[in-house]
Design a protein around this ligand. Structure first.
Ligand code: AGP
Length: 358
C-alpha cells in the first residue's frame, strides 16, 4: 500500500501534492493561448441555454456554487442545488435548460437521481466527472472529464480543484462564443505552477500546530470565496472530527457571531483589491475585536497583518483561479490538524468515497 502512496503517509497528502499535475492534465488541450480560447470537445455545439441548474453533493456542491456564481457573472441564469433536495422538489425545466451533474465519482445516488428527473422532464444534461464510463457519464447527453487522475482518499482534493477549472471553462464557453477572457486564459495556463508554489511554501502545518485543541473552527469568505469557506470547513470536519462551519462572511452578524470567542479560530479568504476583499476584511475586524484567533489566506492585495494572527499566503491570480489556490491552504490545514490528532485520514469514520444510496 505504501507503494500506492508514493512515500506519502496518506493518499490524501499524495493527492494534494498531485494537484499541479491534475490541473495540467485538466487544462491540456482546453486552453489555447494562441487563439485566446478555452473549451472542450464535450462542449462543442452546446448552445447557450436559457438557464443552467447544477446538481451535486458535498464537495461537488461547493464546486457547483462556484460554477453558478461564475455563470451568473457571465450573464447566464444559473443556480446550484443540493442533489438530494433537487429530487424532493424538482425545479421547472424546458428543453433549453442545461442540468449539470457535478460528481467526481459519477456514481452518487442523489446526483444520478436528480439528473434522471431532469432528463425525464426534457432538460439537456451534462456530467462533469472524473470517471470515464461512470453512470453519470453514460446517462448524460454530454460529458466533461476532469482528468484529475484516480482519487483514493475519501476527502476530495484534486477532483475539487479540477471541478473549479472545468466550471470556469464551461462558464467561458457559455458566456461568449467570440473567445475567452484573455486574463483567464493566462491564469489557467499559469495555474499549475502557482499551485506548486502554494504547496511548496505553505505554512499550514505551523498554523495547525498553533491552533489545534480549540472549541470550534470557522471559515468565512465572500463571492467566489464563499464556496471555499464551505469547502474548507467540510474538509476540516470530515477528517479532523472537530467542529467546523463555513459561513458567507456577510452572514456572521446575522447569527454566527454569537459563537465567536477566543477559542474559535476564524479562517478568512481576503484576496483582490476590490470591494469584496475590503468587506471581508471588515468582517475579519469584527471577529478580531471579539478575541477570535484569526488566520487570513491573503494574496497580499490588502493590508491584513494588523488583524491576522497568522497569514497563509497565495500568489495574485485571476479572480476565478484565486479560490483554487486559497483552497489548497485549507486542504493542507485540515490534513495537518487531522494528522496531529492521529485520525484515519484516508478513511474517516462513517464516510464512503462514493455514496450510492439516497
Ligand atoms: C468530500 O470530501 C466528500 N468525499 C463528499 O462530500 C463528496 O464530495 C460527495 O459525496 C459527492 O461525491 P461525488 O463528487 O462523487 O458525487
Amino acid at each position: 500500500e505504501q507503494t500506492g502512496k508514493s512515500g506519502y503517509d496518506h493518499y490524501m497528502l499524495k493527492e494534494i501534492n498531485e494537484q499541479p499535475l491534475s490541473l495540467r492534465q485538466c487544462t491540456r488541450g482546453r486552453v489555447d493561448e494562441l487563439a485566446g480560447t478555452v473549451g472542450d470537445e464535450g462542449l462543442d455545439g452546446l448552445d447557450r441555454p436559457d438557464r443552467v441548474q447544477f446538481v451535486a453533493c458535498g464537495t461537488s456542491y461547493h464546486a457547483a456554487l462556484y460554477g453558478a456564481s461564475l455563470l451568473r457573472a457571465a450573464g447566464v441564469q444559473a443556480d446550484a442545488y443540493l442533489a438530494s433536495e433537487y429530487a424532493m422538489t424538482p425545479c421547472p425545466v424546458t428543453s433549453e435548460t442545461l442540468v449539470v451533474g457535478v460528481t467526481q465519482s459519477g456514481e452518487t445516488a442523489d446526483t444520478l437521481s436528480a439528473l434522471r428527473i431532469a432528463d425525464d422532464r426534457g432538460a439537456r444534461t451534462l456530467a462533469m466527472t472524473n470517471v470515464v464510463g461512470s453512470s453519470a457519464a453514460r446517462e448524460c447527453d454530454r460529458t466533461f472529464l476532469l482528468r484529475a487522475g484516480p482519487e483514493i482518499g475519501v476527502a476530495a482534493t484534486k477532483t475539487f480543484s479540477t471541478q473549479l477549472v472545468g466550471l470556469a471553462v464551461l462558464a467561458e464557453h457559455l458566456a461568449d462564443a467570440e473567445g475567452a477572457d484573455p486574463d483567464l486564459v493566462t491564469a489557467l495556463r499559469d495555474l499549475p505552477d502557482l499551485a506548486q508554489q502554494v504547496l511548496d511554501e505553505s505554512r499550514a502545518a505551523e498554523v495547525a500546530e498553533e491552533f489545534d485543541g480549540m472549541d470550534a473552527y470557522f471559515f468565512i469568505g465572500r463571492g467566489l470565496h464563499y464556496p471555499v469557506a464551505l469547502e474548507g470547513a467540510l474538509k476540516f470536519k470530515e477528517i479532523t472530527y472537530e467542529h467546523a462551519e463555513g459561513f458567507a462572511a456577510g452572514e456572521l452578524k446575522h447569527g454566527p457571531l454569537a459563537l465567536v470567542t477566543g477559542r474559535t479560530p476564524v479562517f478568512a479568504v481576503v484576496a483582490g483589491d476590490g470591494a469584496l476583499a475590503r468587506k471581508t476584511l471588515a468582517n475579519v475586524k469584527e471577529v478580531e475585536a471579539r478575541d477570535a484567533p484569526v488566520v487570513v489566506v491573503s494574496d497580499g492585495s490588502q493590508e491584513v497583518a494588523g488583524y491576522a494572527d497568522r497569514v497563509l499566503e497565495i500568489p495574485e491570480s485571476h479572480p476565478a483561479t484565486v479560490p483554487i489556490l486559497a483552497n489548497l491552504q485549507f486542504q493542507l490545514l485540515a490534513y495537518h490538524v487531522a494528522d496531529r490528532l492521529g485520525r484515519p485520514i484516508d478513511k474517516p469514520r462513517n464516510l464512503a468515497k462514493s455514496v450510492t444510496v439516497e
